[in-house]
Design a protein around this ligand. Structure first.
Ligand code: ADP
Ligand code: MG
Length: 324
C-alpha cells in the first residue's frame, strides 16, 4: 500500500463543515460571522508519550483528545483538525484501529479531519485542531483576580497512578488498574464544560503536566498567587477508600503527588469570582462534569499549599517538564 492509498483508505472522509477537506494542497475553513479561530497543536512521540505496544485504537483517541482538551480550556467549539503522521511501516491492522479510535472521538465532537501529512519514520503523531469561539470570549490564562476561587473538573491523579502501576512502582487491584488505565489511555476532553464556562470563568487551563504546574501558568499569566487546600484536593483521586486498603504500597504522599503533580489528566483548572458560584455549578450540571473548589486566588504571587486548618503543607510537587 502506497502513501496515497493509505491516506485515501484510512484518512479521507467527506466533510460537512469544512469548505474543502483532504485531497488538495490546502483545506479551506470558513469561520462563522463574529467568530474567532482557536488553534492548537500537540504531538505524541513513541517512548515519550506512549508505550510502543499501546492499543492503536486508544492511541487514535488520545492523540485527538489531548488537542480537544486545549480547545476546551479556551472555551472553543471544535471544528476541524489536521493529522501529521510518521509511521515505521504501513501496518493495515494498526491503521484501521488507529483511525477508528481517532474518528470515534472526532465524530463525537463534530470535528472533521481536513488534511495532514504522512511520512515514513519513527512513530510520531501530530494533530492541529481548529475551533471557534465568539470574538473576545476565549478563556485565557491571564484573567484570574485576587478573591477568585480555584476549581478543578473531574478527578486527578488517575493517569499517573496507572503509569506507576504499569511501571511496577505501585500495586493496584485489577479492577482499579483497568479504571485508572482508561484515564491514561482514553482521557475525556472537557469540551462541554469549557463551552459552558464562557462568560463565567475568569481564567482556565487544561491540566496536562500536573495541577500545580499548570495552575502556576495561570498565576504567572495573571500576575498573582493562590492558596490550595490539600485536604480537599487529595479527594480528587477517585475511589479514595481503595487506597486505604492498599496502604503501604500507596501512601498519603503518593496520593497527593498523583493529584498535585501527576499529569496527563486533561481536566480543566479554572478560576471564577465568589459571586459566580451558582453559575459555575450550573455550568457543571449542564456539562455533566463535576467540579470541585480547591482554593482561592490571592497575593502574593506563588502557590501556597495548606491543610484543612490552614497550616502550610511542606513539599515540592514539580510538574512534568520535557527538558528539566
Ligand atoms: P502535499 O504534497 O501538497 O503536501 P500530500 O501529498 O502530503 O500533499 O497530501 C495529499 C493530501 O492528503 C493533502 O490534502 C493532505 O492534506 C492530505 N493528507 C496527507 N496525509 C494525511 C493524513 N495523515 N491525514 C489526513 N490527510 C492527509
Ligand atoms: Mg505533504
Amino acid at each position: 500500500m502506497g502513501e496515497f492509498d493509505l491516506i485515501a483508505r484510512y484518512f479521507t472522509r467527506p466533510t460537512t463543515r469544512a469548505v474543502l477537506g483532504v485531497g488538495d494542497d490546502c483545506a479551506l475553513l470558513q469561520p462563522a460571522a463574529g467568530m474567532q479561530m482557536a488553534i492548537s497543536c500537540d504531538m505524541l512521540v513513541e517512548g515519550r508519550h506512549f508505550f510502543a505496544d499501546v492499543d492503536p485504537f486508544t492511541l487514535g483517541h488520545k492523540a485527538l483528545a489531548v488537542n480537544l482538551s486545549d480547545l476546551a480550556a479556551c472555551g472553543a467549539q471544535p471544528v476541524a483538525f489536521t493529522l501529521a503522521l510518521a509511521l515505521p511501516r504501513a501496518d493495515e491492522a494498526w491503521l484501521a484501529a488507529f483511525s477508528r479510535g481517532l474518528f470515534a472521538l472526532a465524530d463525537a465532537h463534530g470535528c472533521e479531519l481536513v488534511g495532514g501529512d504522512t511520512t515514513q519514520g519513527p512513530l510520531n503523531i501530530c494533530i492541529t485542531v481548529f475551533g471557534e469561539v465568539p470574538r473576545g470570549q476565549a478563556l485565557l490564562r491571564s484573567g484570574a483576580r485576587d478573591g477568585d476561587e480555584v476549581y478543578v473538573s473531574g478527578t486527578l491523579g488517575e493517569a499517573r497512578l496507572a503509569l506507576e502501576a504499569l511501571r511496577g512502582s505501585v500495586a493496584l487491584p485489577h479492577g482499579r488498574l483497568a479504571a485508572a488505565r482508561m484515564r491514561l489511555e482514553q482521557p475525556t476532553p472537557r469540551v462541554a464544560l469549557g463551552l459552558a464556562l464562557r462568560g463565567i470563568a475568569t481564567a482556565a487551563i487544561d491540566v496536562s503536566d500536573g495541577l500545580l504546574g499548570d495552575l502556576g501558568h495561570i498565576l504567572e499569566a495573571s500576575g498573582t498567587g493562590a492558596r490550595i487546600d490539600t485536604s480537599v484536593a487529595i479527594n480528587l483521586l477517585a475511589d479514595g477508600a481503595d487506597t486505604t486498603r492498599a496502604e503501604g504500597h500507596f501512601s498519603h504522599e503518593t496520593r497527593l503527588r498523583c493529584v498535585l503533580a501527576g499529569g496527563d489528566d486533561y481536566e480543566l483548572a479554572f478560576t471564577a469570582p465568589v459571586s459566580a458560584r451558582a453559575a459555575v455549578q450550573a455550568a457543571a450540571l449542564q456539562a455533566q462534569t463535576a467540579v470541585t473548589r480547591i482554593g482561592v486566588i490571592e497575593h502574593p504571587p506563588g502557590l501556597r499549599l495548606v491543610d484543612a486548618s490552614g497550616h502550610a503543607v511542606p513539599g515540592r510537587y514539580a510538574s512534568f517538564d520535557h527538558f528539566a
